[in-house]
Design a protein around this ligand. Structure first.
Ligand code: NAD
Length: 519
């Protein structure tokens, strides 16, 4: 493009944005050839009123005006805002900035988030551990080192068709502002992976973190925004509500600037998001069963079950939560578990632990008592569970286990503790059937240890889960020890699967009739 054309276009864009009342960043140096634009003035000293809403709906002055009518000082906040309304207005402005600064800026954001997660893994892992007091410090740190495996800008490849009538291009384009809800179990990792996915697709976002893991999330988002602003001039690409509540969740869902929701959490938040009226991508709960038959290597199976089930004290939604073992190998499997870092509880010890780890409310479930998990035990160390069971543990114990019936609360509740119930089954059919019941049709994750392809196929078909791992630990399903890519948000009830940048795009088609096919 000639310099004349380029400056003409910039002037036109500037004028159009001016008429719409948006911030005209069109005159700032465009990011070209991968280089970031010069940063704007120091943010701390500037306090600006909120810009007008998105160009697409600004002309009518109705809903969008309402949504952004708060007078928000956007500058110098580095993404951390008191209310959902402010956070949404700031994110909307950032979306417009990102739109103008192009793919180079998206790449820069991806690079910044990945490198800061890596650089700060130790300190942020500790911050999150100290705030939430759940999981394991070494695994909190490990999860931040994994952000580099989250797919980014390169994931978005347009689809093209070429034929006698010309060419057609389908492109993956952004929505705008995405509202994202994150869990207590992995606050900074989920948020960081979500930023990579969502911003790589050209969107901005607003986070409502879990109240018990919000301070660490705000610290990380501030650091990300500072670096992103310094390198690209874009402010507030990912914003967060400083003190999240159910009210701020509702305000986020209702805000008209929010085009799409991403929810990572348990059944209540999934239900709330689905009832919000917004399109919601839901990474919901799991209760992954493991089935072990008599054809597999039991040592390998035991090691894999411990690796997956003990990771971060079993906080992962994909983590092994209950094991069904064929009767003829069940004793051997338990021996292999005990030889590889797991400690077995006897019946009395199991009973003591069960009484401590669950509360039983009478009258639920048609008159039967129904267990609910005691949150004081979620994600706690094996030693805490052992104390409740009345035993001392050898050092380096990874996880506890005991033989239970199939209808034990440790089997049917998503317990998120370093404990595995082992259930004996008489046949492959029974193992698959019990696995299906325990999974509750969440369609999340299931694991099998078997070398019989018919058994593997039968279980895969019956459980119909988003992730199905064969002969490995559950994290292999996220590319850790298996092939594939990583996300901490696995969209299960809504079906998008392991989220990636494409999950957060609108598919748009552009058609050239009769021309540009070059052969
Ligand atoms: P949680 O459901 O208690 O909280 C998750 C988020 O939802 C938090 O931000 C919380 O504040 C919010 N929330 C909870 N109830 C709400 C309601 N009624 N209305 C509005 N917001 C609400 O879950 P948690 O204990 O933080 O995380 C563990 C759960 O998340 C488990 O069920 C686990 O399986 C699931 N999870 C799923 C994935 C996945 O990728 N599918 C990933 C991580 C965790």
């Amino acid at each position: 493009m000639s310099p004349v054309n380029e400056s003409l276009i910039r002037d036109v864009v500037s004028e159009v944005l001016g008429r719409l009342g948006g911030t005209s960043t069109a005159t700032s140096t465009p990011a070209r050839n991968g280089s970031a634009p010069a940063p704007a003035a120091a943010p701390a000293v500037v306090s600006a009123a909120a810009p007008a809403p998105a160009a697409s709906n600004a002309h009518c002055g109705c809903s969008a005006k309402k949504a952004s009518s708060v007078d928000v000082p956007l500058r110098g906040k580095y993404g951390v805002f008191a209310t959902a309304e402010e956070a949404c207005v700031a994110a909307q402005e950032a979306f417009q900035q990102l739109r103008q600064k192009g793919v180079a800026a998206r790449r820069k954001i991806e690079e910044i988030v990945k490198s800061l997660a890596e650089k700060n893994a130790e300190s942020w892992g500790k911050l999150e551990f100290d705030e939430t007091k759940i999981g394991r410090l070494d695994h909190k740190i490990a999860k931040l080192h994994l952000i580099k495996l989250v797919p980014g800008v390169d994931w978005l490849r347009p689809d093209a068709r070429s034929g006698d009538h010309g060419i057609t291009l389908e492109e993956y384009t952004p929505f705008g502002v995405v509202g994202a809800i994150t869990p207590s179990t992995h606050s900074i990792p989920t948020m960081s992976g979500n930023i990579v996915n969502i911003a790589s697709a050209g969107n901005s976002m607003v986070f409502n973190a879990h109240p018990s893991a919000a301070r660490c999330a705000a610290t990380a988002i501030r650091a990300y925004n500072e670096a992103i602003y310094r390198e690209t001039g874009i402010e507030n690409i990912a914003t967060i509500i400083e003190q999240p509540t159910l009210d701020s969740f509702n305000a986020l869902c209702k805000n008209e600037l929010v085009r799409l929701l991403l929810v990572t959490g348990g059944p209540a938040v999934v239900k709330a998001a689905m009832q919000s009226g917004k399109r919601a991508i839901c990474a919901g709960p799991g209760n992954p069963p493991v089935f072990v038959d008599d054809t597999c290597c039991l040592t390998r199976a035991a090691k894999a079950i411990i690796t997956g089930g003990a990771f971060d004290n079993n906080l992962l939604c994909i983590g092994e939560k209950e094991v069904f073992a064929l009767d003829q190998i069940a004793d051997k499997l338990m021996e292999r578990l005990a030889e590889n870092g797991a400690v077995r509880l006897n019946a009395a010890e199991l009973e003591r632990l069960t009484k401590a780890a669950f509360t039983f409310k009478e009258g639920q479930g048609g008159g039967c008592s129904q267990a609910s998990v005691n949150r004081d035990f979620i994600g706690k160390d094996p030693s805490v569970l052992a104390q409740a069971a009345g035993i001392n543990l050898p050092p380096n114990t990874q996880i506890l286990f005991a033989e239970t019936a199939a209808d034990h609360p440790f089997v049917y509740e998503e317990q998120m503790m370093p404990f595995l119930p082992i259930v004996r089954v008489k046949s492959v059919d029974e193992g698959i059937e019990q696995s299906l019941i325990a999974e509750h049709n969440y369609k999340h994750t299931a694991i099998i240890h078997s070398h019989d392809v018919e058994t593997i196929t039968a279980m895969a078909r019956a459980l119909d889960t988003t992730l199905f791992v064969k002969n490995g630990a559950s994290p292999a399903g996220l590319g850790l020890g298996g092939e594939g890519y990583l996300s901490f948000s696995i969209a299960t009830p809504t079906g998008e699967g392991i989220t990636n940048p494409r999950t957060f795009t609108r598919v748009r088609r552009c058609v050239m009739v009769d021309n540009l096919r070059i052969y």
